[in-house]
Design a protein around this ligand. Structure first.
Ligand code: 5RP
Length: 235
């Protein structure tokens, strides 16, 4: 797909493009973030126009459920369905093997549950999210049960990570997730083996989930500018 935009909004372009992959009757995992917000808005527009019918969304966050309600997308929970046909979600980093870092919106726990259950998981990013190695531009978000924040911090430091408690914006104190937990953003000098680090972090007592997604993504849609033109590339 190629388009001419005077001021290209690559997040909008890739979000709207991904929404075209949803077909009538599908159960759809609704991702979190500014890119997927465009996808949710487009699904609502297609429902209103009658070009899409009878989809049901499963939100990955409170933000996604608010947007779905705003744009008229019916919602359900994992208790109501036996499968998810497609999930569309953003990412903070994507490596050439389609491994991801997610959790910029502190929603990675629900995102991993829903994205991993989907028959088809499409990731939507602009070109700034592409990296050769995970951890080069973004820390790994780790959701921690509050009473375990001190021992988990020490355990992560022993692994060589530098954890920082994520603080709120327009709220004093730490960010609290949709599950009522806290987030440590952990910098690692390098992440040589993302699969191993994903498991190791989740093995620390008190850790609920971390933002490394290995072998979960099926398709990456990248919004990029090539020769002055905004377009979407798929890999
Ligand atoms: C939220 C996420 C988001 O998908 C990720 O942070 C990308 O967000 P955006 O599309 O706003 O750049 O993982 O937890």
């Amino acid at each position: 797909m190629t388009t001419n935009l005077s001021q290209p909004n690559l997040k909008q372009l890739v979000g709207v493009t991904a929404a075209q992959e949803v077909q009538s009757g599908m159960i759809v995992g609704l991702g979190t973030g500014s890119t997927t917000a465009y996808m949710i808005e487009e699904l609502g527009a297609r429902l209103a126009a009658g070009t899409l019918r009878e989809i049901v969304g499963i939100p990955t966050s409170f933000q996604a459920s608010l947007l779905a309600k705003e744009y008229g997308i019916p919602l359900c929970t994992l208790d109501d369905v036996s499968k998810i046909d497609i999930a569309i979600d953003g990412a903070d980093e994507v490596d050439p093997a389609k491994n991801l870092i997610k959790g910029g919106g502190a929603a990675h726990t629900r995102e991993k549950i829903i994205d991993a259950l989907a028959d088809l998981f499409i990731v939507v990013v602009d070109q700034s999210k592409l990296v050769q190695k995970l951890g080069s531009t973004f820390a790994v978000p780790v959701e921690v049960i509050p009473m375990a924040i001190a021992p988990v911090t020490r355990a992560i430091e022993q692994l060589g990570g530098k954890p920082e408690l994520r603080m709120g914006v327009k709220k004093v104190g730490p960010v609290i997730t949709d599950q009522g937990n806290m987030v440590l953003d952990v910098w690692f000098e390098q992440i040589a083996d993302p699969a191993n680090l994903e498991k190791t972090l989740n093995n620390i007592p008190g850790v609920l989930e971390n933002g490394i997604f290995v072998n979960v993504a099926d398709i990456i849609l990248v919004g990029e500018i090539i020769d002055g033109e905004a377009r979407v590339r798929k890999f």
